[in-house]
Design a protein around this ligand. Sequence first.
Ligand code: ATP
Length: 245
Amino acid sequence: MTDILEVTDLEVTYQRSIRALHGVNLRVAKGQITALLGANGAGKSTTLRAISGFIGLDNARVTAGYVRYFGEDITGLQLPKTIHKGIVLVPERDKVFTNLTVAENLEVVSTTRAEGSNWRQIEDEIFVYFPRLAKLRNKPAGLLSGGERQMLAIGSALVCKPSLLLIDELSLGLAPVIVDEIIERLRDIHARTELSILLVEQSAAVAFALASYGFVLENGKVELEGATQDLRTNQKILELYLGTG
Ligand code: ATP
């Protein structure tokens, strides 16, 4: 299987001296959903920021290692160049413009799209993926539930036509019923588009519901990886993430 993304021995340092990643190695196979698991502070968000070019905004630097995308070295490539290459991040916080309506949120993001596309067509496409958003199109995003905002954030990312979608904490703070709906929507989007997705999750159950392969990050290093069907029964995972074992 071809890898769309290869991260090799990646080190990231904040403020010149705080080393957050100590040589991360991971891959995302083309057309697959891959999960990145790990405890708080393990370095999941930093990894996604380094891949997506958000990193310079946070006084952080890649100090060693490589990020390769479709075989091309893109280490240290910054926004918006990463977006133009098709790498789009749904961040953990500040996902949507709360004072704009759902439709306006999607419209604002559409200006980043390189080719001139019909705005209505883009909007309709996103509403097919998230029918719930269609009903909310004129509502300010600040009045949406957490789950609806997450859908809007993913929808906004899809407006950019990603080849690789990075999602930071898909389910964090959301009610289980809406998490199930988001999982179902993402499965549908994945089936329609064969989008490659790297999903950061604190819930192993959510990660396993979506991903075919997973990596477990501990203290800035990948300590475990495997097909999710194998990770599901791994003793360490059972103890750490599923509260059993
Ligand atoms: P969480 O789920 O809590 O966000 P995480 O696995 O995403 O955890 P990161 O946010 O990537 O972990 O943090 C990895 C390490 O980098 C932590 O030790 C954290 O304190 C440090 N770190 C993160 N952001 C910064 C920053 N802006 N300045 C300095 N250190 C930072």
